[in-house]
Design a protein around this ligand. Structure first.
Ligand SMILES: Cc1cc2nc3c(=O)[nH]c(=O)nc-3n(C[C@H](O)[C@H](O)[C@H](O)COP(=O)(O)OP(=O)(O)OC[C@H]3O[C@@H](n4cnc5c(N)ncnc54)[C@H](O)[C@@H]3O)c2cc1C
Ligand code: FES
Length: 275
């Protein structure tokens, strides 16, 4: 009988880390070791995660392919499926299809200095690439990471942000839109961090990921600084639904964003009518 490529594969939740009040990171391992071995992905790709009888959703892979034997997904609780997943415990089984999408073009930026700009849960897909870059450190130059969230309680991967800031040739700046009594750091949108970093734009590639409202402002500031259009790379996830070229929801400029994206260079995003 022909194999159904769209059939989800069973994966067990091995660990759950609470990132914030509404975001958890799930470590998954396929129950069939052959499925785990066959699961090869690129930073920036996503999977469809499902719970039987509830539904499925596209979620970016946040682990790095340079760390083998498991898969991590950071999931924000926003509706029925994500609430159900948040209520699961280690040992529970979920379905996984994928990986889907094109992923980040990390081969194209080999030798470049790298700037990462993330907002909110947008750090999840970038975390995959950040850890990939650190695991292949000699292939890349300086690393700068700018991260912003609405308030200090919504910052994800705080332990890792601290660890990254201690890495050689690496600078990490974090900000929150609104300060509070627990927050001693920067206050302001993530774009307020851009003038604070010293860089030579011609030697940098930038990866930008965050809420749809953030992305055009960040891109505008990077262009103003002198970044090349093909060296600004971002994601267009907000246009998607099924994630696998079936529903047509993501059609933009004649392209299926879920199949040819979600990652695009700004030079390509302009052709799709973005910005
Ligand atoms: C390629 C891709 C990667 C994604 N990666 C992640 C990730 O790493 N972590 C994560 O937490 N979420 C991610 N999302 C969003 C995630 O798919 C939705 O939050 C999820 O489908 C909501 O399902 P639900 O049944 O819980 O909520 P629903 O009941 O379907 O929706 C609840 C609320 O969330 C909004 N919502 C639903 N889908 C989306 C969406 N695609 N984008 C923005 N808002 C949405 C709805 O408008 C509604 O207000 C990603 C989406 C895409 C397309
Ligand atoms: S999201 Fe359904 S076709 Fe692309």
């Amino acid at each position: 009988m022909a194999k159904n490529e769209l059939a989800p594969k069973a994966a067990r939740i091995m660990n759950i880390t609470r990132e914030t009040s509404d975001t958890k990171t799930f470590t998954l391992v396929f129950t069939n070791p052959a499925d785990q071995d066959a699961f090869n992905y690129r930073p920036g790709q996503f999977v469809e995660i499902s719970v039987l009888g509830v539904g499925e959703a596209p979620i970016s892979i946040t682990s790095s392919p340079s760390r083998k034997g498991f898969l991590e997904l950071s999931i924000k609780r926003v509706g029925q499926l994500t609430e159900t997943i948040h209520a699961l415990s280690p040992g529970s089984i979920v379905g996984i299809r994928g990986p889907y999408g094109n992923g980040f073009p990390f081969e194209d930026v080999n030798g470049d200095n790298i700037l990462f700009v993330a907002g909110g849960i947008g750090l999840a897909p970038l975390r995959s690439l950040i850890n990939y870059v650190f695991d292949n450190r000699r292939d890349y130059g300086d690393v700068k990471i700018l991260y912003g969230s609405r308030n200090s309680g919504e910052l994800v991967f705080t332990g890792e942000l601290d660890r990254w800031s201690g890495m050689p040739e690496t600078e990490v700046l974090v900000t929150v839109d609104r300060g509070d009594e627990y927050w001693q750091g920067n206050v302001g949108l993530v774009t307020t961090l851009i003038p604070r970093i010293k860089l030579t734009p011609e030697s940098y590639s930038a990866f930008v990921c965050g809420p749809p409202v953030m992305i055009p402002f960040v891109i505008k500031d990077l262009l103003k600084l002198g970044f090349r259009e093909d060296k600004i790379i971002s994601t267009l996830e907000n246009y998607m639904k099924c994630g696998v070229g079936k529903c047509g929801h993501c059609l933009l400029g004649g392209k299926y964003i879920c199949m040819e994206g979600p990652v695009f260079k700004y030079s390509q995003m302009k052709d799709l009518g973005f910005g």
